[in-house]
Design a protein around this ligand. Structure first.
Ligand SMILES: *Cc1c(COP(=O)(O)O)cnc(C)c1O
Length: 303
């Protein structure tokens, strides 16, 4: 990749009522404003593979506010690859200008195909992929959320030797690819906690597919009703965290995770003296889109 990444720094952060544990956040969000956090890690070896295979086009899938769509679009612009985004929801085709993520991706040169939710569910079918090849020509396909073997390999590079003295490693989970990378790179005496950003228990299985150790656990109590669901309490927490630590959180993943960690600390989940490393997986591009939804609902905005 063109921008050379040094290891992200770990920064001490504070939560109210966290006297008995030490909390550090790994600033993966600082890698790049759009190809941020785990999306950089997941794309790194995939883009390399696309180049090696002589592919000139990346094709991928995502929803209206997807950090992955934004990252692929930006990566295509930076690395000079055509990008195609297969987007969930036909109704969005007329609303690109009202959607900060899609607008950004389009400005990067991404070409969209909007499909129904039913088609989206069946997007892995060989027939469907075959039709896409007919329509767009040859491409390098990246799954929704970007999780594949090469993505997990990239995420294994999030942790460094210096991180081996932490007792806990925490990260949000969407498809679980990032968590699998962290599990594989962790020491067996470390505990890896994944904070599920969505309802449902299919994640457990998805993570197991890629994970090579069993020192991990999925925390499912802090999805706030489901993927991208949000309430005033969460926003207030995120804004307080930013005021205290000068670290901005995203509303879909890292905000919910830190809220959960605070709650678990209060409930004495972590033994006294625990050293906890939290991975800031990025996703800050989504704040603009979320704030326009919050404004419509008369909810407080993310600062
Ligand atoms: C995509 C994303 C995740 C989820 O990563 P998975 O590997 O799909 O579990 C977590 N945090 C942020 C900020 C993301 O953009």
């Amino acid at each position: 990749m063109i921008f050379k990444l040094e290891n992200s720094i770990n920064v001490r952060v504070y939560l109210p009522n966290t006297i008995d544990v030490e909390l550090f956040i790994k600033r993966e969000d600082a890698i790049h404003p759009i190809i941020s956090g785990n999306k950089y890690r997941k794309l790194k070896y995939n883009i390399e593979a696309a180049k090696i295979e002589g592919k000139h086009t990346l094709l991928t899938f995502g929803g209206a506010f997807s950090n992955h769509i934004a990252a692929v679009a930006e990566a295509g612009r930076v690395y000079n690859l055509k990008t195609i985004g297969i987007i969930r929801g036909e109704e969005l085709s007329s609303k690109i200008n009202d959607n900060a993520t899609l607008k950004y991706a389009q400005d990067c040169g991404m070409q969209f195909k909007f499909i129904s939710r039913t088609d989206f569910r069946n997007k892995e079918d060989l027939d469907f992929i075959g039709n896409l090849k007919q329509e767009f020509g040859d491409f390098y396909a990246i799954p929704e959320g970007g999780s594949n073997t090469l993505a997990v390999k990239g995420c294994e590079e999030i942790l460094t030797k210096a991180d081996s003295n932490f007792n806990y490693i925490c990260a949000p989970a969407g498809t679980g690819g990032t968590l699998a990378g962290l599990i594989n790179a962790s020491k067996s005496n470390q505990q890896v906690l994944g904070f599920s950003a969505l309802k449902g228990d299919f994640l457990q299985e998805d993570i197991s597919k890629f994970a090579k150790q069993d020192n991990w656990k999925l925390i499912t109590d802090y999805h706030f009703g489901g993927y991208a669901k949000i309430n005033a309490e969460l926003i207030t927490f995120m804004n307080a965290f930013k005021a205290l630590n000068n670290v901005r959180l995203d509303p879909v993943y890292t905000g919910k995770m830190l809220f959960g960690i605070q709650d678990m600390i209060i409930k004495d989940y972590f033994p006294k003296g625990s050293k906890i490393l939290v991975i800031h997986t990025g996703g800050l591009q989504g704040i603009t889109g979320m704030n326009s939804r919050l404004k419509q609902k008369n909810l407080p905005l993310i600062q």
